[in-house]
Design a protein around this ligand. Structure first.
Ligand code: SF4
Length: 478
């Protein structure tokens, strides 16, 4: 009975948030349409082993398909039917941005890595030999960038807290064990090491009690980000268990509960037709009702992901709980490295009720070599996109590098005292004193990350560099 009441409540909400709510006839028609709908699609993921089931790949040459196999021996590959059938434009493959976002490409591996793995696949090497080669290559791809393993894992009573990262004072990241996969994997993924079955590389915890104990002792923490992988792959009852643990009266200082997720565009049914979709929304409801800010941090890389009607329904349902959806993603070669795409993506987000939040720079990990874009070009794309949107879409910050010392934003390219420079600032930093302090790097047309930049005006080091290196034992600014 309770379930029926709940379903009715959410269905009513959804109907009421339709633009046709003042028109009883169209509301009735909509109700009938929903009732008459075919059974909701069931989630089906395909991986490297089931690649032959994807008939659309017959469009590709045998060489392209072989390259896909080779790359997916090293980097994780997973895609679902919704992405294949609803998001990818197969008439535009291999250039289609969503195809590039989900299917492995040869250029994602360095030539020597590709050739090595390719030779093993060609000679039908046994599983162990392939796995060992893959592990060696992965360790060369900087699986845990920006000092995550060394510097971000906090301690409780002197013991490292697995599945938790605490880099900036106000924000703690929690990686629930059941949420360490995604509905599809992004080829550029900066968390790819979570998915390759190597426990040494992975962050994961199922111990909400230890998280709560840690947070109790850290009143400076105002935000907890539940992340993955994608926490939305978890059953709603698991999400509820982790999220409602944060309602502990001792955690009043935790104001915001964030969920990092790409499910809104990779599997929007999670919020609409999945069996426990309503239970999930009820978790958001409860958090909001108990005074927490619920921030749904949506990974969005291209406006095309936001086109399907099912995604619009998911957005309406999440927003109806009182959660705010903020959208973020990196700028990537082959996918979205131009101002027009970002401008349209941000405008689409604002129209649908999402808040543009971050444009990131592709991180120094995994398939970066294929996706990286020089900082100068990334900045130009950001600047030109911002110039073409209204103030409501100018909430997106960037281009921002999530580097070892903190999140560094490129604020501009300018000339000071005859020297062409990048103007930079920390949006977030390991030391809060560094935040907002402007600093300058010599202009470099090729640089793609913070460690490629050199201080401007003849300085030997950036203002934070000595402190960062001394405190964390870092040798670079990666
Ligand atoms: S959704 Fe996020 S964690 Fe999952 S594959 Fe994409 S970038 Fe990686």
């Amino acid at each position: 009975m309770k379930d029926v009441a709940l379903r009715t409540r959410y269905l009513t909400r959804e109907l009421h948030s339709e633009p046709t709510k003042t028109d009883p006839a169209s509301a009735r028609k909509l109700r009938l349409t929903i009732a008459d709908e075919a059974p909701p699609p069931r989630f089906k993921a395909l991986s490297e082993k089931s690649i032959d089931e994807i008939s659309q790949l017959d469009l590709l040459s045998p060489e392209e398909r072989f390259a896909m196999r080779v790359v997916s021996k090293v980097l994780p590959f997973r895609v679902n039917r919704y992405v294949i059938d609803e998001l990818i434009d197969w008439t535009n493959v291999p250039n289609d941005p969503i195809f590039q976002l989900t299917f492995p490409q040869r250029g994602m591996l360095a030539p020597e890595h590709f050739d090595h793995m390719s030779a093993l696949v060609q000679k039908n090497a046994d599983k162990t030999e392939i796995r060992e080669a893959a592990t060696r290559i992965r360790h060369e791809l900087n699986p845990n960038p920006a000092g995550q393993k060394q510097h971000n894992v906090p301690k409780l009573d002197g013991v490292p807290l697995p599945g938790v990262q605490h880099k900036y004072p106000e924000t703690v990241l929690f990686f629930p064990a059941q949420g360490q996969t995604c509905h599809s994997y992004c080829t550029f993924c900066f968390r790819w090491a979570q998915f390759v079955g190597d426990k040494a590389l992975r962050f994961a915890s199922s111990d909400a009690a230890r998280l709560v104990s840690y947070l109790e002792r850290h009143e400076e923490v105002s935000d907890v980000l539940i992340t993955g992988g994608d926490p939305m792959v978890m059953r709603s009852k698991n999400i509820a268990a982790y999220a409602t643990a944060l309602l502990d009266p001792a955690l009043e200082h935790v104001q915001s509960v964030r969920f990092g997720s790409k499910a809104l565009t990779y599997w929007p049914h999670r919020f609409v037709t999945d069996k426990d979709a309503d239970d999930l929304l009820r978790v958001f409801d409860e958090l909001v009702a108990k005074g927490k800010h619920v921030a749904f941090m949506a990974h969005v890389n291209h406006w095309r992901e936001l086109e399907p009607e099912i995604c619009h329904r998911a957005i309406r349902r999440i927003r109806d709980t009182g959660a705010v959806i903020r959208a973020q993603g990196p700028l990537l070669a082959h996918i979205n490295d131009d101002a027009e795409t970002w401008s349209k993506t941000w405008r689409t987000q604002v129209r649908l009720g999402l808040v543009p939040y971050y444009m990131f720079v592709e991180r120094d990990t995994g398939a970066r070599r294929y996706f990286e874009v020089p900082l100068a070009r990334a900045y130009a794309a950001y600047r030109d996109a911002v110039r073409s949107v209204s103030g409501l879409a100018r909430t997106a910050r960037g281009p921002s590098m999530s580097a070892g010392p903190g999140k560094v934003e490129i604020q501009g390219i300018t000339e000071i005292a005859g020297e062409k420079v990048f103007a930079l600032r920390f949006i977030q930093a390991r030391n809060p004193e560094w935040v907002q302090k402007p600093f300058f790097a010599r202009y470099d047309e090729e640089a793609t990350w913070l460690d490629h930049l050199r201080p401007a005006f003849g300085e030997e080091s950036f203002f934070f560099e000595k402190e960062y290196k001394a405190k964390y034992g870092a040798t670079t600014l990666k």
